[in-house]
Design a protein around this ligand. Structure first.
Ligand code: PRP
Ligand code: MN
Ligand code: MG
Length: 181
């Protein structure tokens, strides 16, 4: 089988650009949480890459936990229905929570999560996302830390998948049409 790079159309953000932006976000987050110990909540599976890079670029004390929340289906669009596949292990009551996402598209996943975690009595709930699609600007919740705003194209890599694949690409790229036609 060919290398996965044969399935790409063009690279929107290189691994080097992403690394540099992660370092900038980490510095902002470190400053904002100085003297506190936030719980970083990664949203599986997409956030696995940004979580590992972001938490290691930070210098304050953190705890790391995960939720798996998925919209139904494995296609290219969110379906509008959210369900919890794996819940938190940490009790976040009274804690400062930073939700870590790879991308916000419709904002549906994030709206659900922010409300859900706030309901558990978290002291604060903020959001960091590596990427943001244009539609996210119409969502009822806003991200506090955003890596890059993207055009409205279907992208993969840096944790983002198409039908479960391509998460392990270091760059963020569009898929060649032959892959999904
Ligand atoms: C993707 C992405 C975000 C969410 C964003 O996750 O990782 O979590 O969709 O879309 P929204 O803003 O329209 O809700 P997905 O449900 O594909 O699961 P995955 O992280 O396992 O790929
Ligand atoms: Mn996700
Ligand atoms: Mg996905």
């Amino acid at each position: 089988a060919a290398d996965i790079s044969a399935d790409l159309e063009h690279v929107l953000r290189t691994a080097d650009q992403i690394d540099a932006r992660v370092a900038e976000l980490a510095a902002l987050i470190d400053a904002d949480y100085a003297g506190r110990r936030p719980v970083l909540v990664g949203v599986l599976n997409g956030a696995m890459i940004v979580m590992s890079d972001l938490c290691r670029a930070m210098h304050c004390h953190v705890e790391v936990d995960w939720m798996a929340v998925s919209s139904y289906g494995s296609g290219t669009r969110s379906s509008g229905v959210v369900r919890i596949l794996k819940d938190l292990t940490v009790d976040v009551a009274g804690r400062d929570v930073l939700i870590v996402e790879d991308i916000i598209d419709t904002g549906l996943t994030l709206s659900y999560l922010v409300h859900n975690i706030a309901t558990r009595g978290a002291a604060s709930v903020r959001v960091a996302t590596m990427f943001r699609k244009p539609e996210a600007l119409n969502a009822p919740v806003e991200a506090d830390y955003v890596g890059f705003d993207l055009p409205d194209e279907f992208v993969v890599g840096y944790g983002l998948d198409y039908a479960g694949r391509y998460r392990n690409l270091r760059d963020l790229a569009t898929l060649a049409p032959h892959v999904y036609r």
